[in-house]
Design a protein around this ligand. Structure first.
Ligand SMILES: *Cc1c(COP(=O)(O)O)cnc(C)c1O
Length: 229
């Protein structure tokens, strides 16, 4: 199946379930993104700032760019003018910097808190306690140019369906609790970003409303740099 065929099929599948489809285009060349765009895809996810900036410059301006990878504070300024959603907020310090750059650009930047749910050492994110602590602190309340739209999580890379299901279930439960405790009056806390190519059906079954799909759309990633692809 071509990229366009994959987009058409996945859009149909996700739209019928009211799940947003984020096309994760990291390492893929411009032509592949253009093909997805021509098939109607508008949400694209990248995991590095530099790659996202370069692709944003080259592609149509109605694309919504989502940053899904770990973000360093000193790089926020490059994406602040255009980024639609940052999925990977994992500290108050980073949130401060996003707020500062949002003020400079006279806008509000939508963010998700990345929550650590995997049974792995390598994944970034906040623990449940840390997320609550962040939302409670006075400093956070003062950040007027960021808006927390929801949560993001990455499940353990494992064959065990049960473990993945349990992790996503836990995140959905946490999401519901956070919404009740901190965002009862704001309808804008409404995004639960969970699910990748290998596990998105499980994630949707557990309540995800945004899936991040790379290889299912674009094929496996062979090389690391998009300009060599
Ligand atoms: C790469 C990546 C994805 C997409 O992975 P696939 O397995 O190719 O679908 C989703 N989320 C994050 C955070 C990623 O880094």
């Amino acid at each position: 199946m071509s990229i366009a065929d994959n987009i058409t099929a996945l859009k149909k599948e996700t739209e019928s379930l009211n799940v947003a489809l984020l096309a994760v285009s990291k390492t893929k060349p411009i032509a592949d993104l253009q093909e997805a765009y021509d098939a109607g895809q508008r949400l694209f996810g990248e995991n590095t700032v530099q790659e996202m900036v370069e692709k944003q410059e080259a592609l149509p301006k109605d694309i919504e760019w989502h940053l899904i990878g770990h973000l360093q504070s000193n790089k926020v300024k490059y994406i602040a003018p255009f980024v639609s959603l940052i999925h990977s907020v994992d500290s108050l310090k980073l949130l401060h910097e996003i707020n500062k750059q949002a003020v400079k650009n006279n806008r509000v930047i939508d963010c998700l808190l990345q929550i650590y749910i995997a049974d792995e050492e390598t994944k970034f994110g906040l623990g449940f306690d840390e997320a609550i602590e962040l939302l409670r602190c006075e400093e956070f309340a003062g950040l007027k140019n960021i808006r927390i739209r929801g949560l993001m999580g990455i499940a353990t890379n494992t064959e065990s369906q049960k473990q993945i299901r349990d992790e996503y279930h836990e995140l959905k439960t946490f999401f519901d609790g956070i919404k009740l405790s901190f965002f009862r009056k704001e309808g804008s806390f409404d995004i639960l970003s969970m699910g990748m190519s290998s596990d998105y059906k499980l994630a949707i079954e557990q309540g995800s409303n945004m899936v991040r799909l790379g290889s299912t759309i674009f094929g496996t990633r062979v090389v690391k740099h998009w300009k060599n692809n």
